[in-house]
Design a protein around this ligand. Structure first.
Ligand SMILES: *[C@@H]1O[C@H](CO)[C@@H](O)[C@H](O)[C@H]1NC(C)=O
Ligand SMILES: *[C@@H]1O[C@H](CO)[C@@H](O)[C@H](O)[C@H]1NC(C)=O
Ligand SMILES: *[C@@H]1O[C@H](CO)[C@@H](O)[C@H](O)[C@H]1NC(C)=O
Ligand SMILES: *[C@@H]1O[C@H](CO)[C@@H](O)[C@H](O)[C@H]1NC(C)=O
Ligand SMILES: *[C@@H]1O[C@H](CO)[C@@H](O)[C@H](O)[C@H]1NC(C)=O
Ligand SMILES: *[C@@H]1O[C@H](CO)[C@@H](O)[C@H](O)[C@H]1NC(C)=O
Ligand SMILES: *[C@@H]1O[C@H](CO)[C@@H](O)[C@H](O)[C@H]1NC(C)=O
Ligand SMILES: *[C@@H]1O[C@H](CO)[C@@H](O)[C@H](O)[C@H]1NC(C)=O
Length: 290
């Protein structure tokens, strides 16, 4: 009786030990110095001129306090890396070899105008806390990275001024907290109406797209009632501006410059009480319809 009841008890103890061990090991392995090592390893592969721009990233300055003082590194109150913020720093390389898994608490990655190139590798896909990702003004090529749809916490995504092309994937629709989507000055293509339908439930406040999208601006644009900035300049939209645009009563800035929009500006524009800037230059628009 005693012997048979001991067996399951021992098995349970064993399981408990195993669970404790496997759950505690990743937290002890991933330390701040792991992050420092990952960043140093990436730096070592960059051209020497670029390494010189990151002189604070060095071994003798790589304890926790040192790491948190590195150029572009932002730490939280617990000295865990929460931001990588480099703007106008000529990194002149790719993201290959930068192990972002060593910085699992990253909420912000801003690498703007850093001479980065190559495809946007799925190096960020484990960063479940990431809210802001801005890779604007670089030379990233290839398609829109579909894995970005796994970054469920994303609130702001900026890929402006790169060489990205192809259609925009359905995975964007999974970013249910996304308030800002800036894809200006790339070469995306596809059916704008279906893209708008796809993202219509996102709480967008900023939407910026310029990529030779064709067709008419669909009436469903009126669903984005939280929008404050809508930039659709430099596309190839034709047809007229839908009167439903008048539903965008939070909209402050509307750019439709350089398209092939014809006809009149609908009088519903008078209902857009927040509008302070309207640019429709370089279209075939006539006077306001009354
Ligand atoms: C390492 O970084 C610190 C802090 O920026 C700097 O004072 C020091 O000169 C650097 N050391 C090397 C070898 O670059
Ligand atoms: C991430 O943040 C959690 C909670 O603040 C903390 O316990 C953990 O040590 C941090 N991880 C790293 C690698 O900094
Ligand atoms: C980028 O790095 C290459 C060497 O890898 C170098 O030839 C080129 O001049 C660098 N460009 C800039 C703008 O630093
Ligand atoms: C990246 O970092 C994580 C966490 O430190 C580690 O488990 C993993 O092995 C690293 N991957 C590579 C390719 O170095
Ligand atoms: C993401 O995490 C998983 C499990 O820890 C790991 O196998 C995978 O290599 C990681 N991916 C990246 C891109 O770091
Ligand atoms: C989305 O935002 C809400 C409100 O800030 C937050 O409670 C929720 O956790 C967020 N969702 C994700 C997936 O981050
Ligand atoms: C749009 O097409 C024109 C002519 O084909 C091209 O010159 C321009 O670079 C394209 N613009 C974008 C943003 O793709
Ligand atoms: C403006 O909004 C009011 C109230 O929401 C509505 O009754 C009216 O029809 C709208 N006018 C136009 C031109 O859309």
């Amino acid at each position: 009786m005693i012997a048979t009841s001991r067996k399951p008890f021992m098995a349970a103890t064993f399981l408990l030990l195993v669970t404790l061990q496997s759950s505690s090991s990743p937290t002890t392995v991933v330390t701040t110095s792991t992050a420092a090592n990952a960043l140093l390893k990436w730096k070592s592969r960059l051209p020497s001129q670029s390494q010189a721009l990151l002189s604070s990233w060095n071994k003798s300055n790589s304890d926790t306090a040192g790491l948190c003082s590195w150029k572009g590194i932002v730490c939280d109150a617990w000295q865990s890396v929460m931001g990588l913020n480099l703007v106008h720093v000529s990194i002149n390389g790719t993201l290959r070899g930068l192990n972002f898994s060593s910085m699992p608490n990253l909420t912000m990655i801003v690498l703007v105008n850093c001479l980065l190139s190559g495809v946007i590798l799925p190096v960020f896909s484990n960063l479940t806390k990431l809210t802001d990702l801005d890779l604007g003004l670089n030379s990233f090529s290839g398609g829109f990275p579909a894995f970005l749809g796994y970054l469920k916490s994303l609130q702001s995504l900026g890929l402006t001024d790169n060489l990205l092309k192809g259609t925009l994937p359905g995975s964007i629709a999974a970013l249910t907290n996304l308030t800002s989507l800036n894809l200006k000055n790339n070469q995306f293509s596809g059916d704008f109406t279906s893209f708008i339908r796809l993202i219509s439930s996102l709480p967008l406040q900023t939407l910026m797209l310029s990529s030779n999208f064709t067709g008419a601006i669909p009436s469903s644009i009126g669903k984005f009632t939280k929008l404050t900035m809508l930039y659709l300049g430099n596309n190839m939209f034709s047809g007229s501006i839908p009167s439903y645009i008048g539903s965008l009563n939070s909209l402050q800035q509307l750019y439709l410059r350089s398209n092939s929009i014809t006809c009149h500006i609908p009088c519903t524009i008078g209902n857009m009480s927040s509008l302070v800037r309207l640019c429709v230059l370089d279209n075939q628009i006539h006077e306001l319809r009354t």
